[in-house]
Design a protein around this ligand. Structure first.
Ligand code: NAI
Ligand SMILES: O=C(O)C1=N[C@H](C(=O)O)C[C@H](O)C1
Length: 278
């Protein structure tokens, strides 16, 4: 680890941001500037993104309390905790370094669990604490809890569907949260009714007695994220919606989660562990 030479940052928790050029990465960096007890020491991104973002990075560097390393590959982590909100392909650029020098990690990038690089994350979790966070919002952790409870009560004849709405440029459609909501519905409804509830993407018209759980995605506009779980039966429909209005609230939570994860024992954690939700 690089020692801090700046009295302003001595004792501060140093963070590395993978995907620091992206919407979440920038939000996390800017929130870190509001934290006296934190300091960004490393930003990892693709070369093209670093070059494109050159001007704003110069400004970011000037705004920061200590010098930032801008890297395309990490050889030795110069941070106490790494934070990854990027693309699954980025894992190969820093996970080997974290394995060599076990370093706590918060990873919120979508699609990582389906990527071969996740084996490295699982390996890392044997030596350092890792928080793999599909969705960092408190409201979303509570929504998952509600979905589990409602699934026990909802009759088998009621149809369940998930709608995922995100900004036009989001890469995944549907996203990880929507898929995980559908999996949770399938598991919990399956257990409650001793039946199989298949998951279908972009579900078309189905028979009334079809138990499948459809997942739909809309990609439009510039907002953050919105998920709705529907339960519909004769003459009624229950809708549970979670909306994020501002990325800065996600970034604040990520920093609190980073602070939390450094104090945990090695292992793979999720946001329920952070929030203390069973
Ligand atoms: N867990 C959670 O609560 C949240 C998760 N996310 C996830 O975090 C990730 C980043 O989200 P945003 O910042 O909105 O995305 P973005 O598109 O604004 O930024 C993506 C970042 O990844 C980097 N990158 C590296 N390789 C890439 C590739 N092959 N293709 C595209 N980008 C590449 C880009 O340089 C950039 O820094 C996504 O997977 C998103 O779903 C976003 C918000 C909340
Ligand atoms: O890309 C995003 O923005 C988000 N992605 C995550 C997902 O799709 O699960 C979480 C959140 O909805 C924001």
């Amino acid at each position: 680890m690089l020692p801090s030479k700046n009295p302003m940052t001595d004792g501060a928790l140093t963070i590395g941001i993978v995907g620091g050029t992206g919407k979440m990465g920038r939000a996390i960096f800017h929130e870190s500037l509001n934290r006296e007890d934190m300091s960004t020491s490393l930003i990892l991104a693709r070369r093209a993104d670093l070059l494109e973002a050159d001007r704003s990075f110069t400004a970011a560097d000037q705004e920061a309390r200590s010098p930032i390393q801008f890297l395309t590959t990490v050889d030795k982590p110069s941070c106490r905790v790494m934070i990854d909100f990027s693309h699954p392909s980025m894992m190969e650029r820093y996970v080997p370094a974290l394995l060599r020098s076990p370093t706590p990690l918060v990873i919120g990038t979508s699609g990582v669990r389906d990527h071969p690089g996740f084996a490295g994350i699982e390996q890392l979790s044997r030596y350092a604490p890792v928080l793999a966070a599909t969705n960092v919002s408190l409201g979303m952790s509570i929504l998952f809890h509600m979905v589990k409870e409602i699934s026990k009560l909802m009759p088998i004849s009621y149809h369940a569907e998930v709608l995922d709405i995100h900004q036009r440029t989001k890469r995944e459609a549907p996203g990880d949260t929507a898929k995980k909501l559908a999996q949770t519905l399938a598991e919990c409804r399956g257990k409650a009714h001793q039946a199989e509830f298949p998951i279908v993407m972009n579900g078309e018209s189905r028979g009334e007695g079809d138990l499948s759980i459809g997942v739909q995605a809309l990609r439009l506009g510039y907002g953050v994220g919105e998920h709705t779980v529907y339960f519909a039966g004769p003459g009624e429909r229950l809708e549970l919606t979670h909306r994020v209005f501002d990325r800065s609230i996600l970034a604040k939570t990520v920093l609190s989660a980073a602070e939390w994860i450094v104090d945990q024992a090695p292992g793979l954690y999720d946001m329920n562990d952070f929030y203390g939700i069973i």
